[in-house]
Design a protein around this ligand. Sequence first.
Ligand code: FE2
Length: 333
Amino acid sequence: MAKICTVIALSHSPFMFENVDWWTSTQAMRSYAPQARSDDDATNRRHYLRIQAGLKTLHDVFQAARPDVVLMFGDDQHEQFDLNNHPPFAVYVGGRFSGYKAVRYAGPLGSRELKPKTDEHWASVPACPELAISVLHGLMQAGFDPAFMKGLSNQEVGMGHAFMRPAGPLTGGRFDVPMVPILVNGLFAPQPTAARCVAVARAVRRIIEEYPADLRVAVVGSGGLWHTPGAPDSYLDEEFDQGILQRLAAGDADALASYFDQWTPAPHRQALRCFKQFDGGTGMAGGIGSGSGETRNWIMAAAVADRVPSWIDYVPLHTSPCGIGFAHWQMDR
Ligand SMILES: [Fe+2]
């Protein structure tokens, strides 16, 4: 039978993959809330090192778990879906796919020039359609209705950054562990509730554990924590992130989901323009969106792990601003 060999959650901000000079040039193009904190150069450099150390820790954990397959919860940010068709959940059941290894833009964020699709920037990743199809069938049998993807409709952009960016550091840049991508709509209202995400994640765990092949499966949640990239009046809501991390540390996915689903901005922040982008441009009401909505993928990882995490780290990157998080759960006990 298949076995979940490790569970990992991590942010996938472009700031984790670019140097501090890039941070500074990107910062110059962004709009910050009037009270938003600003970090000096020394703090930026300290944060950079801590982020690299976090990636190294998760690389070591991933390698030590010796996964045959990685099942990843991530989102799609106009890479494969658009607002004419955006499912709440989708399972990629196709074969090998490609995408940008990290940041696809050649200059600071906002510049539209794309990097060349050379080996330096573009990778091909093996998939695992057998397990993916079982996950799809199993979810349908359990009463969920995810979309499926037999391939990528936008080959030009490739698989979304939520899946590609973590795969690099976890595999030591080799992109050689077959992946089952599960796309979760965290950004575009109406997004699925975190409670629904927890129910889907628990079904996914059961399906993996009942899968007849002798596979070691790593489960990864990719995205978050707090960020509203490119929005006017951006700030880093550390209180939101700490609320997530406290419930994560307690190993209680239901409490985590209800905190997320009930969260509203503090009264003194409600007029900030960044909240207008929580709908992702759909004009419809929903839950927490923008980059912070990717925190659903952490909640799904926590629901799969269903225990207290072994390690958490958090870097409050006000320069982005983004709450950069790392966590893993030991599953061999
Ligand atoms: Fe993202």
